[in-house]
Design a protein around this ligand. Structure first.
Ligand SMILES: Nc1ncnc2c1ncn2[C@@H]1O[C@H](COP(=O)(O)OP(=O)(O)O)[C@@H](O)[C@H]1O
Ligand SMILES: O=C(OP(=O)(O)O)[C@H](O)COP(=O)(O)O
Length: 395
């Protein structure tokens, strides 16, 4: 892959695809790790006199303009971290974007509005995606792919635009790939993978390939209920992927056959509602009441998970063990983070929310070997999948 050092950027418009998908609460950024991770590439381009046009997504607005998912707070934080004004365009690739880009001088930075306000960004239709990509490409002379957390998405700004412009990989993408390559090429065993979070349908599929790679797979977070249900247990109102029950049963069967150890929670914190002040208690994982929702793994599971991480040499973790944003449901995530640290293994934590969780829960980032900005992206990389956003930069 070419890097930004291979591009002649002075005075030219450089479209930088970053992943600035940060967690928000009431319109405020609760963790700016992804913005900080995007800075080195933007700063390097500015220093070389580029007109930097940053583009990124926030949440999943599904092609609709949703004012609460405007990148305005991100533009503000990016500006204060850069110590420079960041002009936010009023649209993604319309008249306002054009005027904003036209107003840039060398060394200036602008941010386009949330890419996913445009249906073309995420469209599965090649022509629709291509038409939007052409509008984006029209705003720039060069393209830099630096949004590692989104490289697994075949989206216009990730996959199609680099085909239309001279392009290079940004520093974040280069650094992330270097660390993750270590987990695919020379992994030290025992190798454990911890999976959780809420993007269950996206991430269940990677277990298929992990069964041939990992020695232990620990499952918590919103992912666990499809496993519990597949084993015949009641899961109440917890997150569930009913279509995946057969797949999960097959995973459990194959794990037994191949000697891969699946570690599932033995207890669950079950709450009366999805709220911090809801009545809640730890119940056996096999006995979740029908009117309750599972929001964390229980204390016994926290101990069990930590014990199964002890003695490992490599751990990859994606997805919080519970709804850590609410203190009553943060214990499992805290226990697993501590388990990674205590294991002494080479530890990689991946994912926007997982990385935010370790910071929010007070862990020192340097306690982990690597904190990746990508959850789904790093899982798919480890799976050996071809990632559209990396493939597009290789050509
Ligand atoms: N049992 C659960 N039910 C619902 N949501 C959960 C549960 N456990 C964890 N989550 C949520 O998962 C979200 C993160 O999931 P995900 O986006 O897959 O992780 P990452 O961003 O690290 O890849 C968090 O916001 C957390 O609140
Ligand atoms: O947050 C992200 O991924 P992650 O939760 O897997 O870390 C990326 O910004 C990609 O977002 P998407 O999963 O809505 O495509």
């Amino acid at each position: 892959m070419r890097t930004i050092d291979d591009l002649d950027v002075a005075g030219r418009r450089v479209l930088v695809r970053s992943d600035l998908n940060v967690p928000l609460e009431d319109g405020r950024i609760t963790d700016d790790g992804r913005i900080r991770a995007a800075l080195p590439t933007i700063e390097a381009l500015r220093a070389r006199g580029a007109k930097v046009v940053v583009c990124a997504h926030l949440g999943r607005p599904k092609g609709q303009v949703r004012p609460e998912l405007s990148l305005a707070p991100v533009a503000g934080r990016l500006g204060s971290l850069l110590g420079a004004d960041v002009a936010l365009a009023g649209d993604v690739a319309g008249d306002s974007a054009r005027a904003t880009v036209d107003g840039l001088a060398g060394g200036d930075v602008a941010l386009l509005e949330n890419l996913r306000f445009e249906p073309g960004e995420t469209s599965k239709d090649d022509a629709e995606r291509g038409a939007f990509a052409a509008r984006l490409a029209d705003l720039a002379d060069l393209y830099v792919g630096d949004g590692f957390g989104a490289v697994h998405r075949r989206h216009a700004s990730v996959f199609d635009v680099p085909a239309l412009l001279p392009h290079a990989a940004g520093g974040l993408v280069v650094a992330e790939v270097e660390v993750l390559r270590r987990l695919t090429e020379r992994v030290e065993r025992p190798y454990a993978v911890v999976l959780g979070g809420s993007k269950v349908s996206d991430k269940l599929g990677v277990i298929d390939s992990l069964l041939g790679k990992a020695d232990r797979i620990l499952v918590g977070g919103g992912m666990v209920f499809t496993f519990l249900k597949a084993q015949g247990h009641e899961v109440g109102k917890s997150l569930l992927e009913p279509d995946q029950l057969g797949t999960v049963r097959e995973y459990l069967r194959r794990a037994e056959e191949t000697g891969v150890e699946f570690v599932l929670p033995v207890d669950i914190v079950a709450a009366a509602a999805f709220a911090a002040d809801a009545e809640h208690e730890a119940v056996p994982a096999a006995a979740i009441p029908a009117d309750r929702i599972g929001l964390d793994i229980g204390p016994e599971s926290g101990k069990l998970f930590a014990s199964r991480l002890a003695g490992t040499r490599t751990v990859f973790w994606n997805g919080p063990m519970g709804v850590f944003e609410m203190e009553p449901y943060a214990h499992g995530t805290r226990a697993v983070a501590q388990g990674l640290i205590d294991s002494g293994a080479f530890t990689v934590v991946g994912g926007g929310d997982s990385a935010a969780a370790v910071r929010r829960l007070g862990f020192d980032e340097s306690s982990f070997s690597h904190i990746s900005t990508g959850g789904g992206a790093s899982l798919e990389y480890l799976e050996g999948a071809t990632l559209p956003g990396l493939q597009a930069l290789e050509d």
